[in-house]
Design a protein around this ligand. Structure first.
Ligand SMILES: Nc1ncnc2c1ncn2[C@@H]1O[C@H](COP(=O)(O)OP(=O)(O)OP(=O)(O)O)[C@@H](O)[C@H]1O
Ligand SMILES: [Mg+2]
Length: 477
């Protein structure tokens, strides 16, 4: 007769009631399980989740309210409908207060049963859609293990997605700790090579004398210590991806050899005679300015061109502060689980100090700060005391124009002034709900100067609401 779907648990000590509801709702299309009392119901709830639980309130072995509470605890999204006799509507109201979706009074009108169940199912369906939507939004802010919702990170994601399917060489540049290695891994994971090896080699960490044999392998007896044939990293990465990390540290002699391998797609082991074909996707990474190294002739221009087919710049954290809440949440969750600490977030003053901090070590520094703070945490929310390197920003974050003590080891005036400027700009924008014209007036600077300072300090919208609130009549260009 009908095509309704969903799983329902019916709990009643009266057999006739279970049968009546069971037959009727089954005919409507629902899948039904029944329990003849509280004990049986609680056991069923432990085993699995239902979309809707229909429970009597008074049963010899227990109370419907207990079932309601247990159900809410075990499966917060399950809707509970309580069944009551006319004389006990007060209990029904108490149940509603405790989170029941609705109640049915005995004797039932059959239409009423249909309607109440249907509505409960609908509510459940909407809740599920919301979760799906939330996951989808989260998904957009995540590429493999890289997180980022800021426009510059979203652009990085776009390029990574686009080039993942190709064999094109990719050069990743960016300050230390900006996620270059994670980006290289994401590229590999999204590529058709994902089931093949991802091999990372730190070009700066291997002694020059060993580098060639590490990369290309060697044959037995080719030099002292070469007691067996050894496969090089190029061959180990065959059909996969090879990350040449800290590529600027490659000695010039190796640069020549590497270039040859990239051109010929063949490697010759040290001491060997024959060449072997290799198919690897090359990703190079550096935190140095490779173009400047080319100028200085410490990096070969021809190799630079080979590596630099697609260049992706991982922006420093201070240029994308919108990513901070997401990253903080991620690291808090990660480390509170790892260290078994009940931390759920960071206190608001911590967030505003982080917003003003310049993060020379970028995401890695944030990650380390949060791990340390989580380990030391004494409450649910990380307090500012757990962040020693934010101490200088604390007075600033609090908005107090105090003259700070100069620490014994001295301080960097330029940097300090910049951070102070940032804090005042952010405060002004907060005060004016993001309206830059009013914020400029508040700080007695021209709009043009305001805009310049904001872009210099990389303040591009501390949260989504900031730019949205900007009704400035002056055009942006
Ligand atoms: N966007 C991001 N989302 C989540 N974690 C990140 C992100 N960027 C960096 N991390 C984390 O920060 C740390 C440093 O990242 P990674 O090693 O990729 O940086 P890097 O750019 O290679 O740094 P370096 O130049 O010092 O080698 C890692 O633990 C990584 O997991
Ligand atoms: Mg790295």
């Amino acid at each position: 007769m009908s095509t309704r779907t969903g799983d329902i648990l019916i709990v009643d000590d009266e057999r006739s009631m279970r049968e009546f509801l069971g037959i009727y709702l089954r005919r409507e299309g629902y899948r039904i399980e029944t329990a003849q009392g509280a004990t049986e119901a609680l056991a069923a709830l432990k085993v699995r989740a239902f979309d809707v639980v229909v429970t009597d309130l008074r049963m010899p072995d227990g109370d419907g309210l207990t079932i309601l509470n247990e159900s809410k605890r075990l499966h917060p999204d399950t809707e509970v409908v309580v069944v009551t006799a006319f004389s006990t509507t007060e209990t029904a109201i108490a149940a509603m207060k405790a989170g029941a979706h609705d109640y049915l009074t005995k004797p039932f009108k059959i239409d009423e049963v249909s309607l109440v169940i249907e509505r409960a199912m609908e509510k459940r369906r909407l809740a599920r859609e919301n979760v799906a939507l939330r996951d989808e939004i989260k998904g957009r802010y995540k590429l493999d293990r890289l997180l980022g919702k800021s426009p510059p990170m979203q652009r990085v994601f776009d390029v990574l997605r686009k080039v993942a399917s190709t064999r094109t060489s990719v050069l990743l540049i960016g300050e230390s700790g900006t996620g270059k290695e994670l980006a290289a891994r994401a590229l590999h994971e999204l590529s058709p090579r994902t089931d093949r090896p991802f091999v990372a080699v730190n070009c700066g960490a291997i002694p020059e004398t060993l580098l060639e044999s590490e990369l290309f392998g060697h044959v037995k007896g080719s030099f002292t210590g070469a007691t067996t044939d050894k496969q090089g990293l190029f061959e180990a990465a065959n059909c996969g991806t090879l990350l040449l990390d800290e590529v600027a540290d490659l000695p010039v002699a190796m640069q020549v050899k590497l270039l040859r391998v990239l051109q010929e797609r063949k490697v010759k082991p040290v001491g060997g005679i024959s060449e072997r074909e290799v198919d690897v996707r090359i990703v190079a990474a550096t935190n140095r300015d490779l173009e400047a190294e080319v100028e200085k002739a410490t990096f070969r221009q021809d190799l630079f061109y080979r590596l630099n087919v697609i260049q992706i710049r991982l922006p420093p954290l201070r240029e994308r502060r919108e990513d901070l809440p997401l990253l903080v949440e991620h690291f808090v969750r990660k480390f509170s689980a790892e260290h078994g600490r009940p931390v759920v977030g960071a206190a608001p003053e911590v967030m505003s100090a982080l917003m003003a901090y310049h993060f020379p070590g970028n995401v890695r520094e944030l990650e380390n700060m949060i791990e340390r703070a989580v380990t030391l945490a004494t409450s649910d929310y990380l307090a500012i005391d757990a962040f020693p390197n934010l101490a200088g920003l604390r007075a600033v974050a609090a908005g107090a124009a105090t003259v700070e003590q100069i620490p014994d080891e001295g301080l960097d005036l330029e940097h300090h002034l910049e951070e102070y400027e940032r804090t005042l700009l952010i405060k002004a924008l907060e005060r004016t709900s993001g309206n830059r014209t009013e914020a400029a007036r508040l700080l007695r600077v021209s709009f043009r100067s305001m805009r310049y300072r904001l872009s210099k300090l990389g303040i591009t919208g501390i949260d989504a609401g900031l730019d949205a609130g900007d009704r400035s009549p002056i055009p942006d260009s």
